[in-house]
Each structure stands twice: as structure tokens, then as C-alpha cells.
Design a protein around this ligand. Structure first.
Ligand code: G3D
Ligand code: MG
Length: 175
């Protein structure tokens, strides 16, 4: 059957925050300790069955290895219906870079929903950015927020599904 909706989801966030691991966990339900840093863009597809909407096919764009090249971002973000914006809970630096990503995304896709993800929640002793810091940031920027671990699988599926629901709510509102 043809999916009723085809959507584009982008993974945003600095290198090493766990974007590729989250996508891999969501699609394959596995975690690999050793990734080669992704080059270029990974493009993956996942079909979901979302209550009340039915079949949805998500194209998941994972920017690899070139997160720091601002000039690529515009092309990457073009046509995105929503984004998962990831930081590493053990790295203050990746949290401080969020503004940059939010700004770029909003410039390209003004109204599309974003979910903020604090990843690596399993590294409990090394956490530097708490869930409440994260909530505060999400609230003041009007983002959804969820804490995940690509390693244990905690909340990974929930994050993708929550974003997909928000995207569909928005798409169907407009039609
Ligand atoms: P990126 O795609 O954002 O660049 P990767 O990030 O998915 O390549 O992950 C970067 C590193 O973080 C990898 O470790 C990966 O195993 C690790 N990682 C990703 N998610 C988690 C998580 O939830 N918990 C823990 N503990 N580690 C995670 P290496 O050692 O290969 O650099
Ligand atoms: Mg990657």
C-alpha cells in the first residue's frame, strides 16, 4: 500500500552527540559501539503506522561528519517537515551550540516542529546538563523535549513518533 504521508525528518546537532546512533537504534533496534564518522549525508527510510493518521513513510536525513559546515545546512534543511535536535547530556559545549541550529532551522523552515533530545542519558555519572536545564531551553524556544539513550534504547522510538505526530498534526491543520 502507498503511504498516505511522506515526510522529511532532519537530525540536527554537533558531531558525536549520537545522531547516527539514534537513527540506527530506531531503524534496526541495535547499538554499535564503533561507528566510522559518517561522511556526507545518510538517507534512510522508515515506515510507521501512526494512530489516527495511518501509514507514514519518513525519510530520515542524517548529516554526517560535516556538521560544522554552515554552507551545507541550507540545502540539507530544504523541505524538512521537522527535526530532532540532539545534544550530548555529558557535553556542555554541544548544549551551547543549540541556538545556532535552532536559528538555521527556523530560517529555512519557519514553522516546522523541533524536538530537543538530550542523548546519552545512560552515562549518569557524567551528566553536565540536567533534564531541567533542557526543559527550560525547550520551553523558551517552543520545542518539544525528551531524554534518550541510543545505547539502552530509552525513549528513542518515542522521540521519532512524537515528532512524526507533531508533523502530521501540523500538516493536517493546514489542509
Ligand atoms: P553523531 O552521528 O552525532 O556524530 P554518533 O554521533 O552516533 O556517531 O555517536 C558518537 C559517539 O557517541 C559514538 O561513540 C557512540 O557510540 C556514542 N553514543 C551515541 N549515543 C550514545 C548513548 O546514548 N550512550 C552512550 N554511552 N554513548 C553513545 P564512539 O566511541 O564510537 O565515538
Ligand atoms: Mg553521524
Amino acid at each position: 500500500m502507498e503511504p498516505k504521508y511522506i515526510i522529511k525528518i532532519c537530525l540536527l546537532g554537533d558531531a558525536n552527540v549520537g545522531k547516527t546512533s539514534l537513527v540506527y537504534r530506531f531503524i534496526e533496534n541495535k547499538f554499535r559501539e564503533n561507528y566510522k564518522s559518517t561522511l556526507g549525508v545518510n538517507l534512510l527510510k522508515k515506515d510507521m503506522d501512526i494512530a489516527q493518521y495511518g501509514e507514514v513513510s519518513a525519510q530520515i536525513w542524517d548529516l554526517g561528519g560535516q556538521e560544522s559546515f554552515k554552507s551545507l545546512r541550507k540545502l540539507y534543511l530544504e523541505g524538512a517537515n521537522g527535526a530532532l535536535l540532539v545534544y550530548d547530556m555529558t557535553s556542555k559545549k554541544t548544549f551551547e551550540k543549540l541556538d545556532d541550529w535552532v536559528q538555521d532551522f527556523k530560517e529555512a523552515r519557519v514553522e516546522a516542529p523541533i524536538i530537543l533530545i538530550g542523548n546519552k542519558s545512560d552515562l549518569k555519572k557524567q551528566i553536565k546538563i540536567t533534564e531541567s536545564d533542557s526543559k527550560e531551553y525547550a520551553n523558551s524556544n517552543n520545542l518539544g523535549m525528551i531524554i534518550t539513550s541510543a545505547k539502552t534504547g530509552q525513549n528513542v522510538e518515542e522521540a521519532f513518533i512524537e515528532l512524526t505526530k507533531r508533523i502530521l498534526d501540523q500538516i493536517s491543520d493546514k489542509s
